[in-house]
Design a protein around this ligand. Structure first.
Ligand code: G3H
Ligand code: 13P
Ligand code: ZN
Length: 311
């Protein structure tokens, strides 16, 4: 099976009350860890690549790694550009074989966001590629951009409805209280997602797939493990998994997870090198690191996304 778009995946996810996981990939071990879990659980999958990942690994390497994963697993996998900043990077990825791109105009004015999203959607659709737009601003860190909680803003449901009809975007990322990175919320606070805003958007856009970014849960045992083996991460609070599960039962069809994988991988590598200070063959610490990614993705598929067995 070749790379697929998210069109069919999202339709089935919407009707089935689950979400598909979109996991960020930067190297071979990450691709292998994620796809091993998806294969084991027979789950549909989106592998996504940021501008930073393209800079780190190069487009062609990531493309070939994901093609290898498709060949190896036989799973329906979509290859998606995460947070495309402008038309040019989206065009580059569309021309370079991606099946889905995000144009992130969330920092622009409403009209400018509509303009660039429509430009990307028109170009993508002529080539059989699907598009994710974003409206509303998440707090947190992505690439080199740091959005403070004060500068973040929830998505306005009426604007969401207008945005979708004027741009032709195939899915929409919304801001309802999730946040990028490991340091999402103040330690000791109980984060709340605005599921009421999600419900109003779903009411206005029946059948339309919604995307949640910044959906890592920053599981405390992994932060503790990093710190047990020489790390010094401050306390971090992520998005409660039960709220994500609830969102996945409604219009949310794609949930983005990166930080939880980074944390699982780093915790494992730190532990390994601490326990085996004489090891210097990268395969010795990258094997358990890859397994940690697999275990984290399995946990998300089964307990958060609900896409177990849905490939
Ligand atoms: O939302 C951003 C993703 O976590 C990707 O992060 O831009 O550091 O690759 P990155
Ligand atoms: P996290 O930082 O919560 O994993 O979010 C990742 C993301 O939204 C990628 O686009
Ligand atoms: Zn994101």
């Amino acid at each position: 099976m070749p790379l697929v778009t998210t069109r069919e995946m999202f339709k089935r996810a919407y009707d089935g009350g689950y979400a598909v996981g979109a996991f960020n990939v930067n190297n071979m071990e990450i691709v292998q860890g994620i796809t091993e879990a998806a294969k084991e659980r027979n789950a549909p999958l989106i592998l996504q690549v940021s501008a930073g990942a393209r800079k780190y690994a190069k487009h062609v390497y990531l493309m070939k790694l994901v093609e290898a994963a498709v060949e190896d697993t036989g799973l329906p996998i979509a290859l998606h550009l995460d947070h495309g900043a402008d038309f040019d990077i989206c065009k580059n990825c569309i021309d370079g074989g991606f099946t889905s791109v995000m144009i992130d105009g969330s920092h622009l004015s409403f009209e400018d966001n509509i303009k660039v999203t429509k430009q990307v959607a028109d170009y993508a659709h002529e080539r059989g590629v699907v598009v994710e737009g974003e409206l509303g601003r998440l707090a947190g860190v992505e690439d080199d951009v740091n959005v403070s909680a004060a500068d973040s803003s929830y998505t306005d449901p009426a604007q969401a409805e207008e945005f979708v009809s004027r741009t032709g975007t195939d899915s929409l990322a919304i801001a309802i209280g999730t946040s990028h990175g490991a340091y999402k919320f103040k330690p000791g606070t109980k984060p709340q997602l605005r599921l009421d805003i999600l419900a109003e958007i779903a009411r206005r856009l029946p059948g339309f797939p919604i995307v949640l970014h910044g959906a890592s849960s920053v599981i405390p045992e992994f932060v503790a493990k990093v710190n047990r083996y020489g790390g010094s991460m401050p306390d971090a609070v992520g998005v409660p998994e039960d709220m994500l599960r609830e969102a996945a039962r409604s219009a949310v069809c794609k949930i983005n997870i990166d930080s939880d994988l980074r944390l699982a991988m780093t915790a494992e590598i730190r532990e390994h090198l601490y326990e085996h200070p004489d090891h210097f063959d990268p395969r010795l610490y990258l094997t358990p690191a890859r397994d940690a990614i697999r275990d984290m993705v399995r946990h998300k598929i089964v307990n958060v996304l609900g896409c177990d067995g849905k490939a």
